[in-house]
Design a protein around this ligand. Structure first.
Ligand code: NAP
Length: 245
């Protein structure tokens, strides 16, 4: 099998991160995964021979401890994040906005800062940011999540420019509806409300997104896929969803 070096995937205890860890291991990467729920992380890691390490991207000390445990790194997939609530701006919860900004934006910043020296030293580094269609089109209720993912997209563009001339690629993956625990988390554990998001549609799966990430990180070193925006056929944007009878 190809020896592709080490790939770090954050938020790999479920959903897109777990699928990405599995796929990158199958592609020949040494995989290191991080998240807060260590039991679930170990369940993902064990069958694919990955290393599972505790990680809370909102905690600078946790990010430092995680980075200290990882030797070399060639690919960093900044996937940890998510949304809280669907409240309009008028009644939005400031604490939820703070949490979304902390995990999606500052968490990605902390991880990227901690790993840039290792990525540079690899001679062929790659940072992958998990954006969203929410980074492109604001939607009623998107509010704090839109702001966080728009912010992340801005950071990604800045980083791409700052790293010109360095051996590090920067890519952003922007999925539309993917059926994972995302909506369950967004609605505070309300399974029924989460299921309604995907009702009557064929959403993307976590494996569909992992497939795109695998494509992006296995292109030849001189090819930088800057942005990959993907949605299910049943979706043409946030809130623009076709539901079958
Ligand atoms: P998910 O199944 O809820 O997975 C979220 C992952 O992020 C979990 O592994 C969670 O692990 C981890 N995480 C959350 N906060 C963290 C923190 N502070 N530190 C470390 N890990 C943290 O949802 P998903 O759909 O796979 O979401 C993954 C990413 O895709 C997110 O950035 C999300 O915004 C983005 N996205 C999702 C969709 C969608 O429709 N599903 C669409 C576009 C973009 P622990 O709880 O164990 O820490």
């Amino acid at each position: 099998m190809a020896d592709r070096g080490t790939a770090v995937v954050t938020g790999a205890s479920s959903g897109i991160g777990a699928a990405t860890a599995r796929r990158l291991a199958a592609e020949g990467f040494e995989v290191v995964i991080g998240a807060r729920r260590l039991d679930r992380l170990r369940e993902v890691a064990e069958p694919i021979g990955a290393r599972a390490l505790p990680l809370d991207v909102t905690d600078p000390a946790s990010v430092q401890a995680f980075a200290a445990e990882v030797g070399d790194c060639r690919v960093l997939v900044n996937n940890a994040g998510g949304a809280f609530g669907l409240d309009p701006v008028a009644t939005s919860d400031e604490e939820q906005w703070r949490q979304m900004y902390d995990s999606n934006v500052l968490g990605t910043l902390r991880m990227t800062k901690a790993f840039l020296p290792k990525l540079e030293a690899s001679g062929d580094g790659h940072v992958v940011m998990m954006g969203s269609v929410a980074a492109w089109e604001p939607y009623a209720g998107g509010a704090g999540y839109n702001v966080a993912k728009f912010g992340l997209r801005a950071m990604t563009r800045v980083l791409r420019e700052e790293l010109l001339g360095h051996p590090i690629r920067v890519s952003e993956i922007d999925p539309g509806m993917v059926e994972t625990d995302f909506s369950v988390v967004r609605f505070g554990g309300d399974q029924e409300r989460a299921a309604a998001v995907y009702e009557g549609t064929t959403p993307l799966t976590a494996d569909d997104v992992a497939d795109c990430i695998a494509f992006v990180v296995t292109r030849p070193s001189h090819v930088n896929i800057d942005t990959l925006l993907l949605m299910p056929r049943d979706q043409a944007g946030p809130g623009k969803v076709h539901r079958h009878d």
